[in-house]
Design a protein around this ligand. Structure first.
Ligand code: ATP
Length: 314
């Protein structure tokens, strides 16, 4: 039995569907990612899983339990991240850990959790004085304090600097290694690609694709990226007809061409260049990234380019 089951979930606000028939399952031990542009319905979906919102229709189960009807039991299985507004600014780290421990019959040892999350030095620091990364680590500690089987982490690394983000990724991997399943909502492609076993790409309230990161990349058209600066002008139309070509873009500054295609396209591009006696300067052939797949799988007007979709669209 999957640990989380969501089937044909629907939720509308004021008649406007936010989640419009979402289905997925999360197996025990997975890091399962929910990825999508702003307003796609990610938070609404996970809040239905957490029992914080009541679905209009569809089925949601956590370890076979209904998150709304069996809310108390579900909170013992599912750890949720703290919202910043939930903690008093003057509360110290130690007080927060003790307070949250008191919510559970058999809480985890908060001292060990604090040690594992690098918070031991900060036990007497007030919440308001913690850095962004420390607040996130405290939020993870509080999500784990009830000894959950699954933890929901929503936009965990948004606003963190690259080092704090990488530290948090390591923590997420350690959480999974300790046997806790992770449901991760993220805007960051690199994060999803590095951490998740499987990803549901949600777009406009629906699952646009559900696969492993590499499966999503393969599925998107143009899984091989060829880029080069031609020694003289090359008409992109000549490239468009080559086998496997999915898209072509030109950098207006230096005329560098980028072709998304297949392995077959690589050979065809090289043959074409040779035939026209054109040298390809700084020729690079690489695999497409999850970024490329994401843009291909989601509607273009809601999917700005770049790795930080939230930042890019703000
Ligand atoms: N309480 C609410 N009342 C009315 N509309 C809402 C409410 N919560 C969410 N919405 C709308 O539902 C849609 C989906 O929102 P949701 O927060 O689930 O998306 P999201 O994918 O998590 O977005 P983001 O990445 O921007 O956080 C959006 O159009 C949003 O404006």
């Amino acid at each position: 039995m999957p640990l989380i089951e969501v089937a044909d979930l629907r939720k509308a606000y004021g008649g406007r569907p936010a989640v419009d028939g979402v289905s997925f399952t999360v197996e025990e031990g997975e890091i399962f990612g929910i990825l999508g542009p702003n307003g796609a319905g990610k938070t609404t979906t996970v809040e239905c899983v957490e029992g914080l919102r009541v679905p209009d229709s569809g089925r949601v189960r956590v370890a076979g339990l209904d998150p709304v009807a069996d809310h108390d039991q579900v909170t013992r299985i599912l750890g949720t991240q703290l919202q910043e507004s939930e903690l008093q600014a003057k509360l110290t780290v130690r007080e927060a850990l003790e307070l949250y421990s008191a919510f559970y019959e058999r809480p985890a040892d908060w001292r060990a959790l604090a040690e594992r999350l690098g918070l031991t030095e900060k036990l007497t620091t007030r919440f308001a004085k913690l850095s962004g990364g420390q607040k996130q680590r405290l939020s993870i500690a509080l999500a784990l304090i009830g000894g959950p089987r699954v933890v929901v982490l929503d936009e965990l690394t948004t606003g963190l600097d690259p080092r704090a983000r990488r530290d948090t990724w390591q923590l997420i991997e350690e959480i999974r290694a300790s046997g806790v399943t992770v449901l991760l909502v993220t805007h960051f492609m690199e994060e999803a690609q590095r951490l998740c076993d499987r990803i549901a790409v949600i777009d406009r309230g629906r699952v646009a694709a559900l696969d492993t990161p590499s499966g999503l990349i393969r599925r998107a058209s143009g899984s091989t990226v060829i880029s080069f600066t031609p020694s003289r002008t090359l008409d992109p139309a000549d490239l468009a007809g080559l086998p496997g070509t999915a898209s072509i873009s030109t950098d207006g500054r230096d005329g560098r061409l980028t072709v998304n295609g297949t392995d077959e396209t690589v050979n065809a591009v090289i043959t074409l260049l040779a035939r026209h006696h054109i040298t390809a300067h700084q020729l690079r052939v690489s695999d497409a990234t999850l970024d490329d797949a994401f843009l291909d799988l989601t509607e273009t007007d809601s999917a700005p380019s770049g790795t930080d979709l939230k930042g890019a669209s703000a």
